[in-house]
Design a protein around this ligand. Structure first.
Ligand code: AMP
Length: 542
């Protein structure tokens, strides 16, 4: 017997329709690339999303066609989020931090038909235009009078002129909720990038879950600043959850340095911010150096790579800002786990609480997880045994787009490539990416543990631990370190800092001081690049 409830497909267009009817006055604030602050409301975004929808027709794009963006976080990008997907076209957010040849490769693979781009990225567009052969239209996200006469891009038009020609009425089509809505290529440390293709259903379910109190806890009282780019797993779905809840959105545009982000947090009364640890490292540096305080910021979700405990303590103890350490993947839309405490933890001593908080968190309903041994046998949740982390759920990938490798699933579960423990309370802790785990004398060393200790040293700005080949031990860890400006710490000081914090054999064999650690397109440390940089390095005992 079927239930007798309405069978309404879960479509992205319903989010902006809802926002327009229920919180039309909700604010959308954007720092534009020109440097000024632009203000509008959900009502404006809804109206202009319908103009985008009409533009999709005017550009003669077919249902399912891919529409690419190379854009910062801002209101125009948000309009494309709703206007493109709402009509059944697929929004493809390209990562401008990649090399133009790689971007062109990705655009060709996706068969992008149109490219909407911020003028900052004109040099990239010029470099890729001859190579990205499927793109038929180029649209610059600016006013008509900001278009340079000699852009070098054939047929380039301005977004505002394109929109101005479109009516602001449009009836969103109804279609299968499993239809593709947006796509994002994963950076992929080996081989070609792989395309994750989200659906309307997966996006809406994920946005519901993201808003839950033990997830990101989004509400109409929030002012939300996604520093995480809209080209990194849909800005962790914050634009969708915000439209659902009526939260104010604050977009930082291109100004991602500590000072600019801090100023925006203060001026727009931001209560909730999101980003990778490297971004917060810069902002904390700015705040600490200037003796500044946060007057409205209550919580910040930090994920994308392991959040060092020292950062959790600094936010929590020094500034009263709650850190939600979260873990996920583009393949998971991206939310998997978020760290919030259970009742039993609330009265713990601060040091014990921190031990819980540094973990990557508990599963959000909708994502199931397990750890398995190399034979695929499920391992216990005892907080000690670690194994390969597998996940499944309605917003987890089933297959990559146009991949001939076959489905990545193993018995219906997606192998994340991460190695983790899960404790009896359900808190998952990543020990490593499987390829970053260091194997020494048959035992595994967690590079994250080694990095976290270095990061808690006051002179250290950034630290990356990698394994170096060793004839006796197989591999030995070394730690590459960037010192804070004007700070001094010697190799010996840093190595002795590990005493009592790790077993002797887990302490790195050496410290390599660097000016910078290579970062990837989404602000994560690129250990493959670091290994290349240090290919001539020799361990001290060899
Ligand atoms: P991406 O799809 O580019 O966001 O990369 C996903 C990968 O980032 C995961 O498989 C993890 O290896 C890593 N990652 C994400 N969040 C965390 C976290 N909180 N701690 C450690 N690693 C993380």
């Amino acid at each position: 017997m079927l239930g007798l409830m309405q069978n309404q497909p879960l479509l992205i267009s319903s989010l902006i329709d809802f926002a327009e009817r229920h919180h039309p006055e909700g604010e959308i604030v954007s720092r534009r690339i020109e440097g000024d602050i632009h203000r509008c409301s959900y009502k404006d975004i809804a109206r202009r999303s319908r103009q985008v929808a009409n533009a999709m027709e005017a550009l003669k794009l077919a249902f399912g066609d891919r529409v690419a963006t190379l854009a910062w976080n801002g209101y125009r990008h948000l309009e494309l989020y709703f206007g493109v997907s709402g009509t059944g076209r697929v929004l493809h957010t390209l990562n401008p931090r990649l090399h133009p040849d790689q971007i062109a490769w990705i655009a060709n693979h996706a068969e992008d038909q149109v490219l909407f781009f911020d003028m900052t990225f004109l040099p990239i567009v010029k470099a890729m235009q001859g190579k990205a052969t499927s793109i038929r239209h180029y649209v610059a996200l600016c006013d008509a009078d900001k278009l340079p006469a000699d852009s070098g891009i054939a047929g380039l038009q301005s977004y505002e002129a394109l929109l101005a020609r479109q009516p602001d009425t449009f009836v969103w089509p109804e279609f299968d909720e499993n239809t593709a809505s947006s796509m994002c290529y994963t950076s992929g440390t080996t081989g070609d990038p792989k395309a994750v293709l989200f659906s309307h259903r997966s996006t809406i379910l994920h946005a519901f879950a993201g808003g839950l109190p033990d997830a990101l806890n989004m509400s109409a009282r929030d002012s939300v600043l996604p520093v995480v780019p809209m080209f990194h797993a849909n800005a962790w779905s914050l634009p969708y959850s915000a439209a659902m809840t009526g939260a104010k959105m604050v977009f930082p545009g291109a100004a991602l340095d500590g000072k600019s982000v801090y100023e925006l947090i203060e001026s727009e009364k931001v209560t909730f911010a999101a980003g990778v640890p490297t971004v917060w490292q810069m902002m904390l540096g700015h705040v600490q150096a200037g003796g500044l305080r946060f007057s409205t910021l209550k919580r910040t979700v930090i994920g994308g790579s392991a959040c060092p405990p020292a950062m959790i303590s600094a936010f929590n103890d020094d500034y009263g800002v709650e850190v939600l350490h979260a873990w996920g993947m583009t393949e998971m839309s991206p939310l998997g786990t978020v760290n919030t405490l259970k009742n039993k933890h609330l009265n713990m001593a601060p040091a014990d609480k921190l031990k819980v908080r540094v973990k990557q968190g508990r599963g959000v309903y909708g994502v199931d997880m397990k750890i398995v041994d190399p034979g695929g046998k499920e391992l216990p949740w005892d907080g000690k045994v670690f194994g390969d982390l597998h996940v499944k759920g309605p917003w987890v990938i089933r297959d990559y787009f146009k991949s001939d490798a076959g489905s990545p699933l193993v018995d219906g579960w997606f192998p994340t490539g991460d190695v983790a423990t899960i404790d009896p309370d359900g808190y998952m802790q990543i020990t490593d990416r499987s390829k970053d785990v260091i194997k020494s004398g048959g035992e595994w060393i967690s590079s994250i543990d080694v990095e976290n200790i270095a990061m808690s040293h006051p002179a250290v700005a950034m630290a990356a631990c990698i394994g170096m080949a060793h004839p006796k031990w197989d591999e030995r860890p070394i730690i590459a370190v960037v010192r804070k400006p004007a700070a001094t710490v010697s190799r010996e000081d840093l190595l002795s800092f590990y005493t009592g914090k790790l077993a002797k054999w887990q302490v790195p064999d050496d410290v390599v001081f660097l000016d910078a650690i290579p970062l990837g397109g989404t602000g994560k440390m690129q250990k493959t690049k670091l290994r290349e940089m240090l290919k001539d390095y020799r361990l001290p005992d060899l």
